[in-house]
Design a protein around this ligand. Structure first.
Ligand code: CAA
Length: 254
């Protein structure tokens, strides 16, 4: 299958799915999210033991949801947009093999959320990560309110989300958000090595272990987040926050 902004490459049983929208630092629009969903499904259909999620280039993993697309959405449109992002994050979380986010560069908002839906996050030294949505007048809308506290604990998650903090790689690792930080030159090799090690394990047992661990989480919080995210569209602060990003100025919130 061919997609304009996403690629799927195979190395034995390891599938690498790469988002490639350099003009927007790999931010996710509808077309890219739909392509991602199809690429993840194709990796599953091809019995991938490991899925690596990456962003093309050295600047960004994924700079978030596409703000230029989102800025004028109504609440019902934002509901559908939120569902689409949640579906992709859920597909990563429920992927039968192991998943690794290769975080090289910016991972903000929806990019941070896709990384958190993976089993592992291996980052380059220069990576930056955060759920930065507050500065756009919204909240994380693709699972961040639920997955971030699981990884870093509630107080740190609240601090990061309320303040829209952008953590450097070393700090993110200390907070539990990155499993490993590797030098920019070595990160690709390390991910390849780690993926190969995961792929060498018995796939049926690995899947059972993953599903057992996932049983700890309910879906009530994710459903609440979808409604709260969509409900913020059309507020003064959402319109102003996103307009200010596009106009490259500081927003004036109410
Ligand atoms: N959506 C749309 N376009 C984006 C984007 C995004 N999330 N992030 C970057 N871009 C675009 C910029 O608008 C710019 O395009 P133009 O050249 O056409 O102006 C291009 O990518 C390069 O970006 P910058 O010039 O800003 O590059 P920089 O190096 O100065 O800054 C950055 C990089 C710090 C990542 C900055 O672009 C930035 O802060 N981006 C927004 C990050 C963000 O807030 N993400 C969260 C989005 S909300 C979300 O994801 C909601 C959700 O939960 C679903």
């Amino acid at each position: 299958m061919e997609w304009e902004t996403v690629s799927l490459e195979w190395n034995d049983s390891i599938a690498t799915v790469t988002v490639d929208r350099p003009e927007a630092l790999n931010a996710l629009n509808v077309e890219t999210l739909e392509a991602l969903a199809e690429a993840i499904a194709a990796a599953e259909a091809g019995d991938a033991r490991v899925l690596v999620l990456a962003g093309a280039g050295d600047d960004a993993f994924i700079a978030g949801a596409d703000i230029k697309y989102m800025k004028d959405l109504s609440t019902p449109e934002a509901q559908a947009w939120g569902e689409l992002g949640h579906d992709v994050a859920d597909a990563l979380e429920q992927f039968p093999g192991a998943t690794v986010a290769a975080v090289d560069g910016y991972a903000f908002g929806g990019g941070c959320e896709m990384a958190m839906a993976c089993d592992f996050r291996i980052a380059s030294e220069s990576a930056l990560i955060g759920n930065t949505e507050i500065d756009l007048g919204i909240i994380p809308g693709w699972g961040g309110t639920q997955r971030l506290p699981r990884l870093v604990g509630e107080e740190t998650a609240k601090r990061m989300i309320f303040l829209g903090e952008r953590l450097d790689a070393e700090t993110a690792a200390a907070e539990g958000l990155f499993g490993e930080v590797v030098s920019d030159d070595e990160v690709d090799n390390r991910i390849e090595e780690f993926a190969a090690e995961l792929a060498s394990k018995p796939a049926v047992a690995l899947k059972a272990a993953k599903q057992a661990i996932e049983q700890r989480h309910g879906t009530g919080g994710l459903d609440y987040e979808k409604r709260a995210f969509a409900g913020l569209f059309g507020t003064h602060d959402q319109r102003e926050g996103m307009k200010a990003f596009v106009e490259d100025r500081t927003p004036e919130f109410e």
